[in-house]
Design a protein around this ligand. Structure first.
Ligand SMILES: Cc1cc2nc3c(=O)[nH]c(=O)nc-3n(C[C@H](O)[C@H](O)[C@H](O)COP(=O)(O)OP(=O)(O)OC[C@H]3O[C@@H](n4cnc5c(N)ncnc54)[C@H](O)[C@@H]3O)c2cc1C
Length: 568
């Protein structure tokens, strides 16, 4: 019998939904209900390769990945469910000096968060991974506490941990309809596998529906931009000389390798991926896989046979192709949806959902408890997404690129190449004719720098001095010593108007907004912990009117912060 009332309903019983249920229950939440349309883990989670790494591109993501790894280490002891988690360590290998630079930088950041990481030479790589061919290898990093585990059992362990604290998990139950009162969800209609249906009222609701997240988001009145793509790996027949090995990543060849029970798993993050599920995900999708595409995988396999020659003789036991969701910027979606007061999301995990689930679940649960981010989660905050990014054609084009970006060089200033030209200012063509080289922010094409006559109008990415350094310097000096014009078209503009405008902004902002008409104040919106929520300029237009100018990428987030604090 399914209850008719809950404090929170979680939609989706993959590793993410289970982690959110686990962490909310650890915070003492009662009346947690998780609905899963088929069986737990039957979407994407069951077939993940199970790599659990800690090296991430930003400080807070590293902190969360470290938390996940530590949580999984203890989970088996806590729940009695065998998670298969082993700290086998991992090696990431660089084939270029640029990649080595990136690895060193990531390692330095990870070290700052207490992650054990060593830079290792080609010889040390060979000592730890005797099967590797060192051709072109420049160096690498070794993380001793990185691991691998059984994704389905990790999810089931989290589910058990949540159940032990009283959470209710219903399988074979689909959330089919939502009831709303203005911008609050008040309840969910469900249908079970026997065709029965019912209704549960709730105070909060969480979208953990993985690649269904976009359509479940729509049902909830929210924009969750993500698209499924095909993701491939092969598993070999048992190989006689294979013993336990660290996970090996060779991002310059788009490949990862995992030894498991004497077999080798080889997975790929190829640069031109295959989007899937354009006309919706089949209704009966459950523990399903997609058709093989050997031609697509072959270039990766060829490089892999050269890199780990033992693969040449190994028979292929499994060719696996499974769908996973990818977001426009390769970061997952977390937090409170800007459109609704009590709708939360944790979806779109870009092929690192297992290693992210612990940290993401912990951060979201705390955010739901405090109604404020526990720390800076701007990288993944759902309110960074723009309304147009929910467009299916845009998502289709962009997702071809984002899968491969996971293993691409993450150069500073790197621009996305797909789905460009969405928003242009009236000056676009004029600036282009003057040599403008464009970059994209929130869909806007912006003139980032101007090439000289005869100079190539392209970014040449580098970890060192940029190829546009002199161009930018000249622009800077021209404005400093002469007169320049800034095109602010792409910035967000928010007008705050009313008799309480001054006191409202003085409540939200760090600076004093009781200034003369015409004055511009540079300031921040601060939260109750004194943390920075927004970085803006505020211009007083009249006694009762202000114009807030915000970065293009955070307009929606900043407007949402204003509205939520406006109260009545
Ligand atoms: C081939 C492959 C290899 C991978 N390898 C790794 C790896 O090594 N390491 C790693 O970290 N990640 C890996 N991943 C990624 C990882 O598997 C995913 O990021 C993760 O499983 C996503 O979990 P989820 O809970 O968001 O989604 P899912 O597991 O898909 O869960 C979502 C659930 O929501 C349910 N649902 C949807 N709609 C409704 C509804 N209306 N009502 C009720 N329930 C609903 C679905 O049935 C589904 O079970 C891999 C992915 C693939 C495809």
């Amino acid at each position: 019998m399914i209850q008719d009332k809950a404090k929170v309903i979680i939609i989706g019983g993959g590793v993410i939904g289970c982690s959110v249920a686990y962490h909310l229950s650890k915070l003492g939440w009662n009346d947690i209900v998780l609905l899963e349309r088929k069986q737990l883990t039957s979407g994407t989670t069951w077939h993940a390769a199970g790599l659990i790494g800690q090296l991430r591109a930003s400080a807070n993501m590293t902190k969360l990945a470290k938390y996940t790894q530590e949580l999984y280490f203890d989970l088996e002891k806590e729940t009695g469910v065998s998670t298969g988690f082993k700290r086998v360590g991992s090696i990431s290998v660089a084939l270029t000096s640029e990649r080595m630079e990136e690895l060193k930088r990531s390692a330095a950041m990870a070290r700052a968060f207490g992650v054990d990481v060593e830079e290792i030479s080609p010889r040390e790589i060979k000592n730890r991974y005797p099967h590797i061919n060192l051709e072109r290898v420049v160096g690498g990093v070794f993380l001793g506490k990185d691991g691998q585990g059984d994704p389905a059992n990790i999810a089931l362990a989290l589910a058990k941990g949540a159940r032990q604290e009283g959470a209710k998990i219903y399988e074979g139950v689909t959330a089919t309809k939502i009831f709303k009162n203005q911008n609050k969800v008040t309840g969910v209609e469900w249908t079970n596998r026997h065709g029965e249906s019912g209704r549960i009222s709730c105070e909060e609701i969480v979208n953990c529906a993985g690649m269904w997240g976009h359509s479940v988001g729509k049902m909830l009145g929210t924009n969750i931009p993500l698209h499924a793509c095909e993701h491939f790996y092969i598993v070999t027949e048992p190989i006689a000389e294979l013993t336990q090995l660290p996970v090996l990543r060779v991002p310059d060849e788009c490949a990862y390798y995992k030894e498991d029970a004497g077999k080798m798993l080889l997975g790929a993050f190829e640069p031109n991926a295959k989007p899937w599920g354009m006309s919706g995900i089949p209704k009966d999708f459950e523990f399903d896989q997609l058709p093989e595409d050997f031609e697509h995988f072959e270039p990766i396999l060829e490089m892999a046979v050269n890199r780990v020659p033992m693969l040449e003789k190994a028979g292929i036991h499994t060719f696996f192709n499974g769908p996973e969701s990818f977001t426009p910027d390769d970061a997952y979606h977390l937090g409170r949806s800007p459109e609704m007061e009590n709708v939360w999301v944790a979806a779109g995990f870009n092929s690192i959902g297992i290693q992210s689930a612990g940290g993401a679940g912990m951060a979201l649960a705390q955010w739901m408890q405090d109604k404020e981010k526990p720390f800076d989660l701007g990288d993944v905050d759902i309110s960074r997404m723009q309304p147009f990014q929910g467009n299916k054609k845009y998502l289709f084009e962009r997702s071809k690129e984002t899968l491969g970006l996971l293993y691409a060089d993450h150069f500073p200033f790197r621009q996305k190449e797909s789905a460009r030209g969405v928003r242009r200012t009236p000056f676009h063509e004029h600036l282009k004719s003057k040599g403008a080289v464009f970059g994209e922010v929130a869909g806007w094409e912006r003139a980032n720098w101007f090439s000289n006559n005869g100079q190539s109008d392209e970014y040449r990415y580098s970890w060192k001095r940029q190829n546009w350094f002199e161009n930018s310097a000249r622009e800077h000096m021209a404005v400093r010593e002469n007169v320049g014009l800034y095109d602010m078209s792409t910035f967000g503009k928010i007008r705050v108007e009313g008799k309480d405008a001054e006191s409202f902004l003085n409540y939200l902002c760090g600076a004093n907004l009781s200034v003369d008409i015409g004055k511009i104040v540079y300031t921040q919106f601060l939260n109750s912990k004194g943390g920075i929520e927004a970085d803006v300029t505020v211009t007083r237009l009249s006694e009762t009117t202000y114009l807030i100018v915000t970065p293009a990428a955070t307009r929606l987030a900043d407007e949402t912060w204003l509205r939520r604090n406006q109260k009545d």
